[in-house]
Design a protein. Structure first.
Length: 241
């Protein structure tokens, strides 16, 4: 039985990725801060016949992240696929607001680096040695497409961090050639669950499965933004209800 660890698992994309890989026989390790959310996702996956276990951890707490990944390996076996896609909550955005390009400061970037870049480095380096030793494995990292493929000046501090992660994954993709381990980046230019068919979590999850099985592309861009995306701003899940 193969195992996918979804770091930053939530009720939309994380759930859909879990269902997609679970349908192919994968066990699913769900990691995020909120145990209640993880348990809801795990219950949904179980209803679809997927074995899913929850491992709460904050990716900015590196010892906790390592402990959660270690627990997942002990419970479900080696992690064959790592998917990294943390996202801030509205409360996070109050503490560390999004900043447009002309107002970026060092402090405004530090929290974003911790979440997107440093957390990702820690998660990947936890699983990568084992993948290289086994000669097989997949690393999939998700960010908004402002990390490189599109321009999003209204969230510039985030894009500094996600751009760094994207750059590393593209270089990692090249460095892993011939090892049996595949790394790829998914850039999402879409309001997940709010647009057309291309924005549906299930449609996007298919792209992850193709990246894992076809093992050719270094990057997939999900493009389904409306023309007024700069004026529209953030997706609904990032707004206070």
């Amino acid at each position: 039985m193969s195992t996918i660890a979804i770091v930053g698992a939530g009720p939309q994309l994380g759930r859909a990725i879990g269902r997609r890989f679970g349908a192919e026989g994968f066990d699913v390790a769900l990691l995020a801060r909120n145990r209640t959310t993880l348990e809801d996702v795990a219950e949904d996956l179980a209803g679809a016949g997927v074995r899913a276990e929850v491992f709460p951890a904050d990716v900015t707490d590196r010892p906790a992240l390592h402990a959660a990944l270690t627990a997942a390996e002990e419970r479900l076996g080696p992690i064959d696929v790592l998917e990294y896609s943390p996202a801030p909550t509205p409360a996070d955005l109050r503490r560390a607001p999004l900043v447009e390009a002309t107002k970026v400061t060092v402090d405004s970037v530090l929290a974003q680096l911790d979440l997107y870049l440093l957390g990702g480095v820690a998660a990947i380096q936890h699983v990568l040695p084992g993948m290289l030793e086994r000669g097989t494995g997949t690393v999939l990292v998700t960010s908004g497409a402002g990390s490189g493929p599109i321009i999003a000046p209204h969230v510039a501090n985030v894009q500094i961090a996600t751009g760094g992660m994207r750059n590393w994954i593209l270089n990692l993709h090249a460095a892993l050639s011939g090892t049996g381990v595949h790394a790829a980046h998914v850039a999402i230019a879409a309001y997940i669950g709010q647009g057309g068919d291309a924005s549906r979590p299930e449609t996007i999850a298919d792209a992850y499965w193709r990246l894992h099985t076809e093992r050719k592309e270094a990057e997939v861009v999900v493009q389904d933004l409306p023309d007024d995306y700069l004026e529209r701003g953030l997706a609904d899940k990032f707004r206070e209800s």
